[in-house]
Every structure is written in structure tokens, then in C-alpha cells.
Write a protein that binds this ligand. Structure first.
Ligand code: DX5
Ligand code: ZN
Length: 219
């Protein structure tokens, strides 16, 4: 079916009880676990590193979607590969040799993704079409959960979807401000992977929340 995948982000969970957060994600029928790594340089906030990813790896079989919001991701990808990441997404704005880093990730049999902040145009990845497993379009400025989606970013989702027509299918992910009010627009624009932090962890019934996000276009 054409329903989008859903990846709850533990950024909005209680870090003092991360096991409960993973159990909540598992119980919700979500498709992946989204893990936001922030270094206090590329973005103003600081979260966690490879040890947290390795510890979460032991608690779930769900794919781990690691989103690196760090400077010099080249210096860190090996640690996240060893930690058991299934997808590693880094920011185009943080590297010069994006192509080389994608190859390194793929050589380790891990899926490679690139993320773009709101001010980076879709055309910035036009030379990487054959090399990517995932593109993550930030729909807020990265750093914090609970922000409002920037509507103009959805145009970029559609542009990227169009760019990839004819290339092998990829995951086209949107991250930031995805909730019941914005999900239809995000999926209509072409997103097939929805990251949800605050909406998922605020929901009274997480399974119902995931069902709602997935059914955005079918209802
Ligand atoms: C923000 C992170 C997001 C964050 C999204 O920089 O990349 O993954 O968790 O949170 P919400 O869904 O609350 O906007
Ligand atoms: Zn993220």
C-alpha cells in the first residue's frame, strides 16, 4: 500500500526512562525509531551519542534511523555503524565530501541518508541521486522538538520527489512539526516517512496516533 512509514523521535521522550520510550514505540506499530544526535555545534542543543544508540539497539528489533545533527560527521559515523544503526543520515551542510561519506556508510552495509536544513535547496543533492537510500527534509530549523512546521519546506519535498522519478525509490522523510494538522500536506507533497516527536509522545494513545498519521490521505 501507499501508506507512509512512521518513525517516532525519542527526542521528546523522558531520557531518564528511555526503555519505556522504546516500549511505547514498539507497542504503537510504528516502523522505525528516529534517534536525533546533536552536538551543540551544528545545532544549539546537545542530546546523546553512540552509546545510547547501542543500548537502544539491545531493546528493539525495529530499524534505527539515526539523524546526525553534528559537525564533522565523518569523525563519528563509524561509532554509529558499530552501535547498530540501520540508517545513518547526516547533514549536507556539515560536509564537503558528501559523496565519499555516503560510500563509506554504504560500504558498511548501512543505508545512507542526507538531510537538508530549510535554507538548503533541493538542487544541492542533484548529483547524488544514485547514491542515496533516504533524503530527510527538515521542516523546521533543526535543534529542538515541538516547533511549528515551515510550510515552504514542503515545496522542496515535492521537488525532491520529482528529481528521483526514474531513479531507484528512496525514503523521503519529513522531520519537524508533523502532527494531525500538517500530516496531510506533508504526505500530499510526497513524503513517505514521517518523523514524529512531540505529537507521538504527547498522544494519549500512541497506536492511534500512528494509525492517524498513516491514514492521512486514505480518509
Ligand atoms: C529536530 C529533530 C526532530 C524532532 C522533531 O531537530 O530533528 O527529529 O524530534 O520533533 P517534533 O515532531 O516535535 O517537531
Ligand atoms: Zn530528526
Amino acid at each position: 500500500n501507499n501508506q507512509p512509514l512512521v518513525a517516532p523521535s525519542v527526542l521528546s521522550a523522558d531520557f531518564g526512562d528511555i526503555a519505556a520510550a522504546i516500549d511505547r514505540i514498539e507497542a504503537s506499530q510504528a516502523d522505525m525509531v528516529h534517534l536525533d544526535v546533536m552536538d551543540g555545534h551544528f545545532v544549539p542543543n546537545i542530546t546523546f551519542g553512540p552509546k545510547m544508540v547501542a543500548d537502544i539497539r539491545k531493546r528493539t528489533k525495529l530499524p534505527l534511523d539515526v539523524h546526525l545533527m553534528v559537525d564533522n560527521p565523518e569523525s563519528h559515523v563509524d561509532a554509529f555503524i558499530d552501535a547498530g544503526a540501520d540508517y545513518i543520515t547526516f547533514h549536507l551542510e556539515a560536509v564537503t565530501h558528501a559523496h565519499r561519506l555516503i560510500q563509506r556508510i554504504r560500504d558498511a552495509k548501512v543505508k545512507a541518508g542526507i538531510s537538508l536544513v530549510p535554507s538548503t535547496p533541493a538542487s544541492a543533492i542533484s548529483e547524488l541521486l544514485e547514491d542515496l537510500d533516504l533524503v530527510l527534509v527538515m521542516t523546521v530549523n533543526p535543534g529542538f522538538g515541538g516547533q511549528k512546521l515551515i510550510p515552504g519546506c514542503l515545496r522542496k519535498v515535492t521537488q525532491i520527489k520529482t528529481m528521483f522519478e526514474g531513479a531507484s525509490p528512496i525514503l523521503l522523510s519529513v522531520d519537524g512539526g508533523i502532527n494531525r494538522d500538517t500530516v496531510r500536506a506533508a504526505v500530499s507533497a510526497g513524503a513517505n516517512l514521517l518523523v514524529s516527536g512531540s505529537a507521538f509522545f504527547r498522544a494519549e494513545d500512541p497506536a492511534e496516533e500512528v494509525r492517524f498519521l498513516k491514514a492521512a490521505l486514505s480518509s
